[in-house]
Design a binder for this molecule. Sequence first.
Ligand code: ZN
Length: 291
Amino acid sequence: MHLEIRLKTLTPLWTGGVDQTCDRLHETGLIGSLRWWYEALVRGLGGYACDPTSENRCPDRNGDHCAACELFGCTGWARKFRLRVLDASKQLILETIPADTEFTLEFVELRPIQPEEKWLLVKSIEIAARYGALGGKTTLKPQKDRYKGVDYGIVQWIEMQPEITKPEIIHYFQRSDFRGGEGEFPDLRWFFFLKDAFLGRVQINSLIGLSDDGRRIIGHEKYQQFLRGRRGGKNQDAVSKKIFSFHVAGGRVWGYAKDAHMRGEIIRQIRQQLGDGKYTVKTGEEVLNEL
Ligand SMILES: [Zn+2]
């Protein structure tokens, strides 16, 4: 397979030293975020994808692994492709891509990739490009202070080659009967995407139940606890925030909830913060229906 996806950065994009390692725990850059969106899409379509940072990660006791690990690899099972990020003159890009730059994601097949996997890969990238964000320093880890206020990872979809027709994806998931534990992992169905909208820091703090300055917890609704995640400490891991807002290109807000009910509540609260305006709201379920 030779799969090429052309994108253009609207903000800088941190690739994070692409393809240096197969160890998912250290996949913090672009490849980690590609996997993150792939997992969300797999779950959104009714498949199982483990959380590779959790205890329940693949392989399981029988050596089986989930749909995401099948493509992206896990302990004892190598990733099926190599990812290269190329600039307009086909030179490798290793670190950060500046804003307003066209680039190509080139997937080099190392072992046979199923048509379903190719389709899932392309669609997950398309969804991230059209509605979300890519690369490190946005979604996977709580943001570091030095990146506060700087948009990262917003791209524009240009095209892909070759075109891929939609396979019978349901059958693909039925083939694998491996199931892991249930969790509160990102599931594309419960995502929300706003276009032409922007939430400032104080608005985000209000939504996630923090004081204006972000220092104190003042809201205890379930959706607020879920959205804000938590800081890491001696005895607990950090849990990422689940709502993100970007200034660029008219504004973009996206995030996810635990289920449809919580997603509805969050969208209501966001509408209250934004008031009337010409923004559009789309749910992950709507995005899935359009695939
Ligand atoms: Zn897995």
